[in-house]
Design a protein around this ligand. Structure first.
Ligand code: NAP
Length: 482
């Protein structure tokens, strides 16, 4: 039985309730049991955080940075074990897990160094003998609520900037992936983070999550997850005291393949974007829009490549696609596949749950490809969050761009072309917060801003890179006359 970490102490729920953490590739394996905290337990955690934050804020920023740099070292020392835990808990392949853990190390290094760079501005004053400058201040206690699909990277890219800026954190992982979140909290404590600065709480989103949003001591909420829950949080936060809110939500990301594209490369990148991480990435490619001149050849090569994807337990050598995270998510994806068929799309590859042999113990779905998808279909508009790709045919660059933009989401998008002109036109005109040229819609570097347009994000301030510092600080302007 694992615990939560509140005020530096290991605690269980005051109700005694717990929940189980199961391997989605083999549901016989129970990895851990975690406390189902109550709202009162979390309210107490917030009190601890409030107290600890005042001391943390007065710790010099370079010293805060040294702790983050040590955390990067702890994660690096434990990287292989963390990657294996991540695969067993979330299901992604071991190489995907290793990449995620390595990103965590970069994130902590990047923000650790930021301890020396939390700068304000100096401006010339219109009055003589006046020094006019700005300083950044922490906000206080921030709530960090994260999904299961990048269960160590997302908490890191929220917590590291929050902590370097002098905030205390209440961190709730998704209930599918508490163990890797616990390991991350443990790494920060091993690195010397003072008690109470980071409080790791587990339990139901709608109970303890609500406390994390409505408690008056919370100054900011950073949430990544579904559009539905995000909208609920936005309403609840607005009805409260008006804490600062940042929501990173879903996507319906297009890959546009133009007639001058390197088709082999485009196929490989579309496969990586659509079926890598089992399609469970907010930036996953869920629509491929292909110029009619290369459509037939692209589809033929795509299906050939999809056929070679080995689906299985992510710990096994050679497996390219792991299970989906849970039964509810698997049923939702299979039901979208039925929807696609009934609304007239043509299923040309996959579409089934895989149950042969050892696969029967997990939540495995074939990579799935539909053709004849049109923009009015639900499978072209709603986030499926699984290994399902819909193909559309475009008659020109303008037509492809128009199809790509026909969605309420705007997270990431790719174009495949050899033309600089078309690449730049696409980058300028696509409605997405991240644009890739000849690269998959997935995959981000941690030191540049990340966030979507339209319904994919809410809040003015991006995550990651230096942009994140703006979310976790407020600016004070000082007029000093001498
Ligand atoms: P989710 O169901 O919205 O849950 C996300 C987190 O919110 C979990 O920790 C969940 O806790 C918690 N939660 C649930 N209901 C809540 C409530 N009423 N109040 C407060 N918290 C609540 O999303 P998910 O299924 O974990 O993740 C998949 C979604 O995340 C997809 O839509 C994907 O696109 C999105 N995502 C977006 C990005 C991005 O950066 N844009 C990145 C990754 C994922 P429980 O687990 O305990 O329910």
């Amino acid at each position: 039985m694992y615990s939560c970490i509140i005020g530096g102490e290991k605690v269980i729920s005051s109700s005694g309730s717990t929940f189980r953490d199961v391997n989605p590739a083999d549901t016989d394996e129970v990895l851990a049991e975690f406390p189902m905290l109550t709202r009162d337990d979390v309210a107490r955690a917030i009190d601890f955080a409030r107290e600890a934050q005042l001391r943390w804020a007065s710790t010099p920023a370079p010293e805060r940075g040294r702790i983050l740099l040590r955390a990067a070292q702890v994660v690096e020392n434990e990287a292989e074990e963390l990657a294996r835990t991540l695969t067993r808990e979330e299901g992604k392949t071991l190489s995907e897990s290793r990449a995620e853990v390595s990103r965590v190390i970069s994130i902590f290094r990047f923000y650790g160094v930021m301890g020396y760079r939390l700068k304000g501005d100096v401006a010339p004053s219109a009055e003589s003998n006046t020094h006019l400058f700005t300083i950044r201040e922490p906000l206080g206690v921030v709530s960090i609520i994260t999904p299961w699909n990048f269960p160590i990277a997302i908490p890191s890219w929220k917590m590291a900037p929050a902590l370097i800026c002098g905030n205390a954190v209440i961190f709730k992982p998704a209930s599918y992936t508490p163990l890797i979140g616990y390991r991350l909290a443990e790494a920060l404590h091993k690195a010397g983070l003072p008690p109470g600065v980071l409080n790791f709480v587990t339990g139901g989103g709608s109970s303890i999550g609500t406390e994390m949003i409505t408690n008056p001591q919370i100054s900011a909420i950073s949430f990544t997850g579904s559009l539905e829950v995000g909208e609920e949080i936005r309403r609840a936060a607005a009805a409260g005291r008006g804490a600062r809110v940042q929501l990173e939500l879903g996507g319906k990301n297009p890959a546009v393949v133009l007639d001058d594209a390197d088709l082999d490369k485009a196929v490989e990148m579309v496969v990586r974007g659509a079926f890598g991480l089992t399609g469970q990435a907010c930036t996953a490619t869920s629509r491929a829009i292909i110029h009619e001149k290369v459509y037939e050849e692209f589809v033929r090569k795509l299906v050939e490549r999809a056929r070679r994807i080995r689906v299985g337990n992510g710990l096994e050598e050679g497996v390219e696609m792991g299970p989906v995270v849970g039964e509810k998510e698997m049923d939702k994806i299979l039901s979208y596949i039925e929807t696609g068929k009934s609304e007239g799309a043509k299923l040309i590859y996959g579409g089934r749950r895989l149950k042969e042999g050892a696969l029967s113990k997990g939540y495995f779905i074939e990579p799935t490809i539909f053709t004849e998808v049109t923009p009015d279909m639900r499978i072209a508009q709603e986030e499926i969050f699984g290994p399902v790709l819909g193909l559309m045919r475009a008659s020109s660059f303008d037509d492809a761009l128009d199809l790509a933009n026909k969605t309420e989401y705007g997270l990431s998008a790719s174009v495949f072309t050899k033309s600089l002109q078309r690449a730049f036109d696409f980058a300028r005109m696509i409605e997405a917060g991240v644009v890739k040229v000849n690269k998959p819609t997935t995959g981000l570097e941690p030191h540049v801003p990340f966030g979507g347009f339209k319904k994919s994000s809410y809040g003015m301030i991006k995550e990651q890179g230096e942009a994140a510092l703006d979310f976790y600080t407020r600016i004070k302007t000082v007029y000093l006359s001498y």
